[in-house]
Design a binder for this molecule. Structure first.
Ligand code: ARG
Length: 485
């Protein structure tokens, strides 16, 4: 075989193409082998370039495992103390950036174990009793993901709070509500913003729900069948803050649905961010001019001096694609694996890590951006006028005077067409014109009805739970303020 093939994409990119140190035997499993692994195989299979992110989770998991072994009489108190002080030293080395990561040791687990043994001798070699990297890696991933998920939920909450405070300033700011991106009916800007607060609220619920299934302990499953040592899994679970213990060892080492579930929840977060991004991009366009974004969130063009580009929302919209891609990658990774552990699972990490980073950073960017949004009520109002947004309410008023809805719809439709010809809004239509559309009705009454058709009246009339009346929107602001306090 040709061992000079270039490094294999992201899996090997950070690893030198050929160094003599790569030929070193992996002490953790080399006993059965007569020659060292080929360099390119090493580069292809090594994961330490990316799974070193799990280092602190790995140490935490190992300390709980060691404490359990000591309690079960499988490790002496002296060995436990040696492991604890060695791990403290390793943690410090990693924090200070002094830890020498060795690609020939494959992954984060073997790197830490080798360094531990270097530091404390035989005690380090005893740590792996009753454990396998198969249950170790998924324990680490769950611990790491649990902590990151909590950070992400914190960012969701922060973004929600920012949206609620902006909504609080705009419970009476009129804007067109759209369907088919055509002006439909008047709403208040705060109502529109609170729609996103609801979406992100469900995202936070989904994260909390996924967390329950992430927060289960695989350790103790060992390679796949459990272990013949008298282990105490409940003790380890309690120490690591896991709510439950995985009940089937084969499932425990092979399941990655917890990661896929997180990525599904994260995908919806991104989809919601992307919808919001799309609206921001439309709203800052001078044709809409509904809002302005602060300069610190926009960029200029190197060729067109007039440009102010909404790069942050555009990137959020763009990054949504890769998060959705990671979800598909994970589903595909899982779908054809026979039980139990397969090395395929090492491929769960990069999609998962990138999802975590992207979602966290995107939420953070929006939480920073939202307080800087400045609404332009005049432009919103002008769009309402041009869109004949009060037409539905005119039809409803005619129905209340006894006209059949279909007839009212037809009559108002013709009135709108005439108003468009004359370039005016419905209330500005001359009385005799109006009369032509509504022959059976007293012209005075019709004129009063039309004059009363302000966008203010339209929104105020939708005064029920979930409606856009300013009073209702103010109530929702109060609801969310309390919920997010
Ligand atoms: N680096 C591996 C992973 O991420 C750890 C588990 C390896 N287990 C094994 N039997 N080779 O999945």
């Amino acid at each position: 075989m040709n061992d000079k093939i270039p490094s294999a994409g992201s899996t090997g990119a950070s690893i030198p193409a050929s160094t003599s140190s790569l030929h070193a035997k992996n002490e953790a499993w080399s006993g059965r082998f007569s020659e060292p692994v080929a360099d390119f195989v090493l580069r292809y299979t090594a994961s330490v370039g990316f799974d070193r992110r799990l280092a602190f989770a790995d140490i935490e998991g190992s300390l709980a495992h060691a404490a359990m072994l000591a309690r079960a009489g499988l490790l002496s108190e002296g060995d436990l103390q040696a492991i604890e002080s060695g791990m403290a030293q390793i943690r410090g080395e990693i924090e200070r950036g002094e830890f020498a990561w060795r690609p020939e040791l494959e992954d984060v687990h073997l790197n830490i174990e080798a360094r531990l043994t270097e530091l404390v001798g035989d005690a380090g070699k005893r740590l792996h009793t009753g454990r396998s990297r198969n249950d170790q890696v998924t324990t680490d991933t769950r611990l790491y993901l649990r902590a990151e998920l909590d950070v992400i939920v914190g960012e969701i909450r922060r973004l929600q709070r920012a949206l609620v405070e902006l909504a609080a300033m705009h419970t009476r700011t009129l804007m067109p509500g759209f369907t088919h991106l055509q002006v439909a009916q008047p709403v208040v800007f705060g109502h529109h913003l609170l729609a996103y607060v609801e979406m992100f609220g469900r995202d936070a619920e989904r994260m909390a729900d996924a967390r329950r299934r992430i927060n289960r302990l695989p350790l103790g499953a060992a390679a796949l069948a459990g272990t013949s040592y008298p282990i105490d899994r409940e003790f380890v679970a309690q120490r690591l803050g896991f709510e439950e213990v995985c009940r089937n060892s084969m499932d425990a080492v092979s399941d990655r649905d917890f990661a896929a579930e997180f990525c599904a929840a994260a995908s919806l977060v991104m989809v919601h961010c992307s919808r919001f991004a799309e609206e921001l991009i439309l709203w800052v366009n001078p044709r809409f001019a509904f809002i302005e974004l602060p300069d610190r969130f926009t960029t200029g063009s190197s060729i067109m001096p007039q440009k102010r580009n909404p790069d942050v929302p555009e990137l959020a919209r763009g990054k949504t694609g890769r998060v959705l891609g990671h979800l598909v990658a994970l589903f595909t990774l899982i779908k054809a694996q026979p039980l139990a552990y397969n090395k395929d699972n090492q491929e769960d990490k990069e999609p998962l890590f990138d999802t975590i980073d992207t979602v966290r950073d995107t939420l953070h960017a929006f939480a920073e951006l939202v307080p800087g949004i400045v609404a332009r009520p005049d432009a919103m109002r002008e769009a309402l006028r041009q869109g004949y947004a009060t037409a539905t309410d005119l039809a409803d008023a005619l129905v209340r005077r006894g006209m059949a809805f279909r007839d009212a719809h037809e009559a108002v439709g013709r009135a709108v067409r005439r108003a468009a010809e004359l370039g005016c809004d419905l209330p500005e239509l001359p009385a005799d014109e109006v009369q032509a559309f509504l022959p059976g009705i007293d012209p005075q009454i019709v004129a009063e009805m039309i004059a009363a058709l302000t966008p203010e009246a339209c929104v105020a009339a939708r005064d029920h739970l979930g409606g856009t009346a300013p009073a209702q929107v103010a109530k929702q602001v109060a609801f969310w303020r309390e919920k997010l306090a």
